[in-house]
Ligand binder design. Structure first.
Ligand SMILES: [Fe+2]
Length: 269
């Protein structure tokens, strides 16, 4: 059976949630996804996530929320990460033991197929956490016996590390999608052994910005090399995502499609 999975990239603050909410009915109608995943690490004022915002995602039809480095920024959320009621909110798997939360979950799609979602983080130009390749090697065997489809959100900075992970997991998982750099790449493809791959899905939120943050602030940080408090930008809302079609019998993907929507296009649809 073909399973369609919709993944929406890093939603930035209130403006990001606004276009996400507006786009959901359109995306559901157009693609009829059986499973929806969103990267929510930037949803609370650009950094982190709250329980209220997570509940909002679930009310809009999201099945699993993935994250990344910013999931730690809002301290109050750490207890939500450990709450069994929220087992479908993930933080990267390869943090040291003792860090709150979980890095993967297995959930049923609307057609009853078991979907494993894994969130993992790169190490190149990032924190020196556990090796994402070894962690995935250990986990994949276990997941294969429990899930029909395995979907991986690899939150990483370096393109080479992301492609290396895609190649490493080719044939072992249904999809490896990159997040973190917030710029959608045009390299989507199905690798030879059936893994759908894209280096970065992009971001959802204000594009009149530097990666979702106010341009003046981001510029000052580069010009003066001193800390300036990031603020979420507000204008030119766009939504980035991918749709992946995978075969639940083989676990291989047959199709990957980039989604890039501007707010004014949604008004016309
Ligand atoms: Fe992000």
């Amino acid at each position: 059976m073909e399973v369609k999975i919709l993944f929406i990239a890093d939603v930035i603050g209130e403006p990001g949630m606004r276009i996400f909410e507006k786009a959901m009915p359109y995306l559901k109608l157009k693609y009829s996804p059986e499973f929806i995943i969103v990267n929510g690490e930037n949803t609370r004022n650009g950094k982190g996530l709250s329980e209220g915002l997570a509940n909002k995602y679930f009310s809009l039809g999201v099945d699993v929320i993935t994250s990344g480095i910013h999931i730690w920024d809002y301290q109050n959320f750490h207890k939500t990460l450990t709450n069994p009621r929220y087992s479908n909110i993930l933080r990267p798997l390869n943090y040291p033991e003792g860090v709150p939360g979980r890095g993967y979950c297995i959930k049923d799609s609307s057609l009853g197929k078991k979907i494993a979602v894994v969130n993992i983080q790169g190490r190149t130009f990032m924190q020196a956490i556990d090796c994402p390749f070894m962690k995935m090697k250990d986990l994949v065997g276990k997941l294969k016996s429990q899930a029909d489809i395995i979907f991986v959100d690899f939150h990483a900075e370096a393109t080479a590390e992301k492609i290396a992970m895609g190649r490493f997991l080719d044939g072992q998982v249904s999809a490896v999608v990159g997040t973190h750099t917030h710029v959608q790449t045009a390299d989507e493809e199905i690798f030879p052994k059936g893994t759908a791959f894209i280096s970065d899905v992009g971001m959802t939120g204000p594009f009149d910005s530097v990666l979702g943050m106010k341009t003046e602030v981001a510029l000052s940080r580069f010009k003066y090399q001193t800390p300036f408090r990031y603020e979420t930008a507000s204008d030119d809302l766009r939504l980035n995502g991918v749709l992946i079609t995978a075969d639940s019998e083989t676990g291989k993907s047959t199709h990957i499609e980039r989604i890039y929507l501007r707010e004014n296009e949604l008004y016309q649809k």
